[in-house]
Design a protein around this ligand. Sequence first.
Ligand SMILES: Nc1ncnc2c1ncn2[C@@H]1O[C@H](COP(=O)(O)OP(=O)(O)OP(=O)(O)O)[C@@H](O)[C@H]1O
Ligand SMILES: O=c1[nH]c(=O)c2[nH+]cn([C@@H]3O[C@H](COP(=O)(O)O)[C@@H](O)[C@H]3O)c2[nH]1
Ligand SMILES: NC(=O)CC[C@H](N)C(=O)O
Ligand SMILES: [Mg+2]
Length: 533
Amino acid sequence: MTEVIPHNSFDTILVLDNGSQYTHLITRRLREINVYSEMLPCTQKLADLGWSPKGIILSGGPYSVYEKDAPHIDPAFFDLGVPILGICYGLQEIAHRLHADNVVAGTAREYGHADLQATRFGGHVDKLFEGLEDAMTVWMSHGDKLCNLPEGFHTIGTTKNSEYAAIAHQTEPVYGIQFHPEVTHTPQGGQLLKNFAVGICGAQQTWTMSEFIGQEITRIRNLVGPTGQVLGAVSGGVDSTVAAKLMTEAIGDRFHAVLVDNGCMRLNECAVVKDVLQKQLGINLTVVDASEEFLAGLKGVHDPEQKRKFIGGKFIDVFEEEARKIEAKNAGKVEWFLQGTLYPDVIESISFKGPSQTIKTHHNVGGIAERLIAGHGLKLIEPLRELFKDEVRELGRQLNISPELVGRHPFPGPGLAIRVLGEVTKEKVDAARHADHIFISMIREAGLYDDIGQAYAALDPSRAVGVMGDKRVYANIILLRAISTKDFMTATPYPFSYEFLTKVSTRIVNEVQGVCRVAYDFTSKPPGTIEME
Ligand SMILES: Nc1ncnc2c1ncn2[C@@H]1O[C@H](COP(=O)(O)OP(=O)(O)OP(=O)(O)O)[C@@H](O)[C@H]1O
Ligand SMILES: O=c1[nH]c(=O)c2[nH+]cn([C@@H]3O[C@H](COP(=O)(O)O)[C@@H](O)[C@H]3O)c2[nH]1
Ligand SMILES: NC(=O)CC[C@H](N)C(=O)O
Ligand SMILES: [Mg+2]
């Protein structure tokens, strides 16, 4: 039986990544118009693909096609007979494979807006620009260019700098464009991608979260079988909650959600999450209070990476213990471990750019999954691994998860432990937690919560002098951080009003024990990170 995975059951556009910064945006733009799309590196061989794309898009990339080590697409893709669209490097690849002299280094780099003039020929050649205006603003980012029209093609668009800015094969559904339709700076880019995917490839616009739910539930049931037990680390964050709800719909109480109180959670977090997940969502959830063990183990640990390592390790101890308890109760082995991996994580690991440097030991609280798999012999189940964050939120809405939960700011696994600088003690966590609660409540009251990507209060245990009630005080500093961001890879400080920050500061100094100053962090990412440690 063919496995129920999206590329087998939805018309799929394959995006082959030549290393561009924007490749994942092509995938996103297509999914926004309900056409399913997946990205694979340009080194993918057709023979190893195992499924049939409706069309193929070749992305841009940092190389020059004529360089010795430049990557090239497996020629078999060109013989497959499905429509192909080359973007920037992808266009150059189409031209170069027909004749090595077709692409040269241009005399001027073209970066930014350009005015494109379309030419119409009639028939399928016009389909890429169908419904678009003849004069369009497009966004360019290239140094190389086509110096000849490849044999068998028409020129369907030119700019001042690029004589062959858009080409279409005279008889086959092969198109190439020098500009980037996937970026918002190309206003008609979305329509162009739709013309390709829907008009030219004939892909059906059936990729919706309600369709996905049904398919995914079937897939989970097939994978886990009629008796399999699944363990899941569930934090109350968006990703793990949505994944947990989906598992519950699929296999009911054979899914065991475990929330660990690591002593570094937000105010009332565990109680609220327990209530919502168990009562409102019917998820089989156990809350394990390991706060004392966590806090005891963090004693004397100052280094951020050491803290993260300890917390990650402790999480695993707790999960293994829970797995054993479940097994004892059910007399059946827990074979599976649920993880809320999202598509951006997958993209990062498969993109042609190569691995990026580790700034922090991040994902899944320091590799819970990897070690559980190695230790307890669990297999991984990742129901969200094809989805972007906004799709996960939509999925959550479809699964009747409350808007409040679906719209929550992310909260890191190590929690307040990485928001108390240096050594963590219960008193410091309490102060950070209290200040955080004040800050977030005031943000909510001001109606700003949904406008902000992430916000929190952290504690700097350095001490400053202050005067309160005519008395000298010598106390800690609270750092407020709030950011605007699209993808959490880059971020800018949120522009609160002076009045708002003043009010927050006054309340924190008055209400939080051991604090006499409040500072707002104005650092962007980069160079700052979102969390303090
Ligand atoms: N206190 C916790 N108890 C159990 N599992 C946890 C806890 N904290 C983190 N995890 C696990 O680590 C994973 C990664 O955390 P992460 O914060 O990236 O995702 P999330 O909490 O599901 O969603 P969000 O990004 O919205 O916070 C979670 O999905 C969950 O599996
Ligand atoms: O589950 C998690 N475990 C972690 O160890 C972790 N560290 C950072 N984050 C979250 O990741 C995003 C980017 O954070 P940074 O700019 O601090 O790297 C932000 O959203 C952070 O909250 C974590 N999430
Ligand atoms: N953005 C791109 O795909 C650039 C392609 C090629 N490296 C150039 O400079 O023309
Ligand atoms: Mg979280």
